[in-house]
Design a protein around this ligand. Structure first.
Ligand SMILES: *Cc1c(COP(=O)(O)O)cnc(C)c1O
Length: 400
């Protein structure tokens, strides 16, 4: 096929013809990436401040991850979980040694990891909590698009049209510990939440909230499930965001940055809870295959290297400060918030036009809802990249 020679506009038209229209796509056709930079099929370069939505934490085509995938692909790609997979055992060991957890289950996405968490919580509830099976989640949350995870997601706009939804979910406002306490009944088996609501608009709860949730879970003998799919894997400057509050959950889900772009998800749990899963309880054909695990192992190796988290923290502080300066110059910026390198800038207008102007100027940025610009750069971002973005935003916002 000579399709490689199509222009960006031609690809966009062809895509409209063949793909289900589940996305409102921006007019960019990326074909190559390196570190912070993406190149489109017409040769234009973009600085990537979205990182594939918090996926490419180490930047595009990180040499160590590329080498690992290349080497693994040429020796063994897939064998099935009917056999023992050394790469899978190694990644599980790395995650366990660097977290609260004792056991890991691997899958292929964030939704699947959360689906696994919901199933494990219910199974544990049925067997160990006298049949309790209800899960409390947060309004404005995001946990995925499968039927159970879209039901866990406390936003009607994602659920509308897909009824009947699975039963057993109850919603409370985020960062409201009294509302949470009141929602607990003798049916409640677990509370599931994001440490920072990412899709919901980069909402950071008051400091101490996770500690309060942990205490409540302990008091009521309820499981605490943290969805760290977006904010885990170093995004906030700690390997996992909950480390900021010195607490440990009973379960945690990961995906996005875990394979730096190779699809890998994981459900982590303590030994006591993981024991509710026995052979046959749960499975995934692709989950934990040698290829995905080689990508995750290389990614973890870089993330856990000396000084990596310090860089994230420093750049997070720097970028937030530069965005705050920008706010001083532009009244349309209402608020700058976030932690480490997940940052949101709330505007007094819809952000679609701003994102399109950024694209024209060679910058990829995201949104969270209609009024919040969201920045999720690869964690290897440097101050000079931030300065370029801020300079361009300054110019665009002056113009709008
Ligand atoms: C992206 C995301 C998910 C869903 O992950 P998928 O890989 O798209 O299924 C779940 N939870 C959170 C917090 C996310 O950001």
């Amino acid at each position: 096929m000579s399709d490689k020679t199509l222009s960006g506009m031609e690809w966009i038209q062809l895509g409209k013809r063949y793909l289900m229209e589940t996305y409102n796509r921006f007019p960019v056709v990326p074909v190559r990436g390196e570190g912070m930079t993406i190149y489109d099929c017409d040769g234009k370069a973009y600085l990537d401040f979205l990182g594939g939505i918090a996926v490419c934490g180490l930047g595009h085509s990180h040499p160590e991850v590329v080498a690992a995938i290349r080497e693994q692909a040429s020796s063994l790609t897939h064998v099935s979980n009917l056999y023992h997979i050394p790469q899978q055992i190694e990644v599980a060991r790395l995650l366990v040694e660097n977290s609260f957890a004792q056991k890991v289950f691997f899958c292929n996405s964030g939704a699947e990891a959360n689906e696994g968490a919901i199933k494990l919580a219910r199974k544990y509830g049925h067997e160990q909590l006298r049949g309790r099976d209800e899960i409390i989640t947060m309004k404005n949350s995001f946990h995925g698009r499968t039927l159970a995870t879209v039901t866990a997601t406390g936003q009607e706009k994602f659920q509308k049209g897909f009824e009947p939804l699975p039963e057993g979910f109850v919603y409370v406002p985020f960062a409201d510990i009294e509302a949470l306490r009141e929602a607990i009944t003798d049916r409640t088996c677990a509370i599931m939440l994001e440490p920072i609501q990412a899709e919901g608009g980069v909402i950071v709860p008051y400091h101490g909230y996770l500690k309060d949730v942990r205490a409540l879970c302990d008091e009521k003998n309820i499981l605490m499930i943290l969805d760290e799919v977006q904010v885990g894997m170093g995004r906030t400057g700690k390997l996992f965001a909950h480390e900021y509050e010195n607490i440990t959950p009973d379960m945690m889900t990961l995906a996005k940055a875990l394979g730096n772009g190779f699809p890998v998800g994981a459900l982590l749990a303590t030994e006591r809870i993981a024991a509710a899963f026995v052979p046959g309880s749960h499975a995934s054909t692709f989950g934990g295959n040698p290829l995905g695990m080689s990508a995750a192992r290389a990614t973890l190796h870089v993330l856990l290297g000396d000084g990596f988290m310090d860089h994230v923290t420093q750049l997070g502080v720097y970028m937030k400060q530069r965005l705050e300066e920008l706010r001083g110059n532009h009244q349309c910026i209402k608020n700058v918030r976030g932690c480490g390198l997940i940052l949101g800038m709330e505007m007094d207008m819809e952000v679609g036009d701003i994102i399109n102007r950024c694209i024209e100027e060679g910058f990829l940025v995201g949104s969270a809802g209609t009024h919040v610009l969201r920045f999720l750069p690869p964690l290897v971002v440097e101050k000079s990249h931030v300065d370029q973005l801020v300079g361009t935003l300054d110019y665009i916002l002056g113009d709008i």
